[in-house]
Design a protein around this ligand. Structure first.
Ligand code: PLP
Length: 373
C-alpha cells in the first residue's frame, strides 16, 4: 500500500502508543477523585497539561483536551457565539474551512446568526481589505483556518489579528489542525485555537481547544465540572499524555520533517506538471505536506477510486466532506467548477519515501491512461 493521505490521518508514533499504554496502566484512578489514586492521576494530568501549554505558547488553564478538532471547533465557535449573543450575531469565516467549522456556522445561521465569507484571492489567501470591509461593530467572531486541509494554503493570521485590534468585540478562532507541527505556530494573540493530535503522530480521538483564560465560553456538554468547566466527563489521562508527547515530537522534528517533505513535494510538482492535462491547484506558497491536483476531464472521485484499486490512498476533498460536490477551496482559487470537480489531494509526511513517490507516479500514469479511454 502507498499511503498518501496524512492530512486525513497520521499514523501514531510508536513512542506515543507506548506512552498511552504506560499511562493507562500506571494511573487507574479518576483524576477527579479525592483519594490517592485519583490524586496521582490528577498530578500527572497537571504535568501533561502544563507541558502541552508550554509547547503551544499558552497557559495550563487555557488547555481543554477534546476528542479532536471537530469537537474543539464546535465548542469554540458555538460556545463563543452563544456567549456573545447579546453583543451581536455577525460572524466572518472563509470558504476554505473544514466541515466542522462550516457545519457549526450553518447551525448558528439556523439560530439567527448572520455569516459572511471573506473572498479568497487566487493565491488562496484571505483578501485582507475585504476582511476589513466586512467587519462591523456587531461582529462577534472570525473563524479561520491557519492552513486549510485541501490546498495547504497558509492564511495571514498575524495580519488579521492586527485588523481585529480595531474591533474589540470580535473574537478570533483559528483552526490550527493542519498547521501544528508543520509551520511555526503558537497560541499567542489568539482567542481560541483548535488542533487534533492524530494529524501529527498522536492517537485518534484526541485533540485540544486552547482558550484564552479570561474568555467566557458556553459549554456544549453539561453535567459536572471536570478538568475544566468547559468540558465535562472523566479526563482521558492516557490520551492527553499521548497528545502531549506527540506534540513534543512533532515540534522537535518540525524543521527536519519539513525539509524532507518539501523535497518530495518539489519532485511531485515537477513530475506531475510535465504530464498533459494535469493542473496543480495548491499555490506555490502552500505547505509542502498538501498537494492538490486535477486531471482535466476526469472526476476527482474516479481518479481516487482508480488509485485505490491499486492500493494507493489519496483523498477527494477532506475525509469528512460530502461526496460528488465540487471542492469549495479549489473553486475559490481556480474559479472553475469543472476543475474543482476534478480535484483531489495527495498529502505527504515524514514517513513518505522516494520509492513511494516513484511507484505513485507510475500508477498515476496507469490510472490516467485507463480513465482517458
Ligand atoms: N480541521 C481541519 C483543518 C482538518 O483537516 C480536520 C480533519 O481532517 C478537522 C478540523 C477535524 O479533525 P478531527 O478529525 O480531529 O475531528
Amino acid at each position: 500500500m502507498i499511503y498518501l493521505d496524512y492530512a486525513a490521518n497520521h499514523p501514531a508514533e510508536p513512542e506515543v502508543l507506548a506512552r498511552f499504554c504506560a499511562v493507562e496502566s500506571a494511573f487507574p484512578g479518576n483524576p477527579n477523585s479525592a483519594h490517592p489514586a485519583g490524586r496521582a492521576a490528577r498530578a500527572e494530568l497537571e504535568r501533561v497539561t502544563t507541558s502541552a501549554a508550554e509547547l503551544l505558547g499558552a497557559k495550563p488553564e487555557e488547555i481543554i483536551f477534546t476528542s479532536g478538532a471537530t469537537e474543539a471547533n464546535n465548542l469554540a465557535i458555538k460556545g463563543l457565539a452563544r456567549a456573545s449573543r447579546h453583543v451581536g450575531r455577525h460572524i466572518i469565516s472563509t470558504a476554505l474551512e473544514h466541515s466542522s467549522v462550516s457545519g457549526s456556522l450553518t447551525y448558528l445561521q439556523e439560530q439567527g446568526y448572520e455569516i459572511d465569507l471573506v473572498p479568497i484571492g487566487r493565491d488562496g489567501r484571505v483578501d485582507l481589505e475585504e476582511f476589513r470591509a466586512l467587519l462591523r461593530p456587531d461582529t462577534v467572531l472570525t473563524a479561520v483556518t491557519a492552513v486549510d486541509s485541501e490546498l495547504g494554503v497558509v492564511q495571514p493570521i498575524a495580519e488579521m489579528r492586527e485588523i481585529l485590534k480595531d474591533f474589540p468585540s470580535c473574537r478570533l478562532h483559528v483552526d490550527a489542525t493542519q498547521a501544528i507541527g508543520r509551520i511555526p505556530f503558537s497560541f499567542e494573540g489568539l482567542d481560541t485555537m483548535a488542533l487534533a493530535a492524530h494529524k501529527f503522530g498522536g492517537i485518534n480521538g484526541s485533540g485540544i481547544l486552547v482558550k484564552r483564560a479570561d474568555l467566557v465560553l458556553e459549554p456544549q456538554m453539561h453535567g459536572g465540572v471536570s478538568a475544566t468547566r468547559y468540558r465535562s466527563g472523566t479526563p482521558a489521562l492516557a490520551l492527553d499524555a499521548s497528545t502531549e508527547l506527540s506534540l513534543r515530537l512533532a515540534l522537535e522534528g518540525r524543521e527536519r520533517h519539513w525539509a524532507h517533505v518539501e523535497r518530495l513535494n518539489r519532485r511531485l510538482r515537477e513530475e506531475l506538471s510535465k504530464r498533459p492535462g494535469v493542473r496543480i491547484n495548491s499555490p506555490e506558497g502552500a505547505v509542502p505536506y498538501i498537494l492538490n491536483v486535477s486531471v482535466n476531464g476526469i472526476r476527482g472521485a474516479a481518479f481516487q477510486r482508480a488509485l485505490a484499486e491499486r492500493a494507493v490512498c489519496v483523498s477527494v476533498k477532506s475525509a469528512c466532506s460530502v461526496e460528488g460536490t465540487p471542492s469549495r477551496a479549489v473553486f475559490a482559487v481556480s474559479r472553475d467548477r469543472k476543475n474543482a470537480l476534478s480535484s483531489w489531494r495527495i498529502s505527504l509526511s515524514w514517513p513518505t519515501t522516494d520509492e513511494e513517490i516513484t511507484e505513485f507516479l507510475r500508477l498515476f500514469d496507469e490510472c490516467r491512461q485507463q480513465l482517458s479511454k
